[in-house]
Ligand binder design. Structure first.
Ligand code: GDP
Ligand code: FE
Ligand code: FE
Length: 191
């Protein structure tokens, strides 16, 4: 699938505001890729498609995820917000015939992160967090850190997400903690 076809597919799948967010994520991801490397084409495609499943029915997404065997445990309790990332990867493969594991993995991990993210995954994860439309607390700090390194930016994004969720006493997906720890270890070893 060509990038322009992917843009058309998400424009159809998403409301205008979410489509505009998607285009800003693609732009920010392009900037990060030119600074930090990675497969720039895969990064563009993953950024364009990252929220493809955002407005799907949570029940259907959960079914899709469970059917895929992606997780050995039940992820239902972690809330509906994280489903669109995992379901997005499954649905772009099924519906748009995207086969690149680099692209699919970057879509799957864009909300929760995970330990051992590829360069492309880190770029999409961080771009989603720091695109210029993000005004929540922590976005500016993550933007600042991302000028120093991709990992420093990701650490800020993980830390703030954990702070936000724990502040609301919401469950936190294990991948988010594992990503946080990996980036925190990295930062400590650099001191
Ligand atoms: P968006 O799709 O562009 O809005 O951004 P994200 O894909 O990052 O989704 C953001 C939502 O997912 C927010 O409501 C976060 O609070 C939520 N979220 C992110 N990580 C986790 C997590 O580990 N657990 C839970 N329950 N929610 C999370
Ligand atoms: Fe998302
Ligand atoms: Fe997004």
């Amino acid at each position: 699938m060509k990038l322009t076809e992917a843009v058309n597919a998400v424009e159809e799948a998403l409301p205008l505001r979410r489509f505009e967010h998607t285009m800003r994520v693609a732009e920010t991801a392009g900037e990060l890729a030119s600074k930090y490397g990675g497969d720039a084409d895969a990064v563009q495609m993953a950024a364009v498609l990252h929220d493809y499943a955002k407005y799907r029915d949570p029940e259907e997404m959960l079914q899709e995820i469970n059917r895929s065997g992606m997780f050995a445990y039940d992820i239902e309790g972690y809330g509906t917000e994280i489903l669109h990332a995992f379901a997005g990867a499954l649905l772009v493969e099924k519906e748009l015939n995207i086969r690149s594991s680099v692209i699919l993995q970057a879509i799957a991990s864009h909300t929760t992160g995970r330990a051992g993210m590829s360069l492309e995954e880190k770029i999409v994860f961080l771009a989603d967090y720091i695109e210029p439309g993000r005004t929540f607390p922590g976005a500016e700090k993550a933007r600042e850190a991302s000028r120093h390194s991709l990992e420093a930016g990701c650490l800020e994004a993980c830390a703030e997400t954990i702070r936000f969720l724990s502040g609301r006493r919401l469950p936190i997906f294990p991948h988010t903690f594992e990503a946080y720890n990996e980036f925190a270890f990295m930062q400590l070893s650099e001191r």
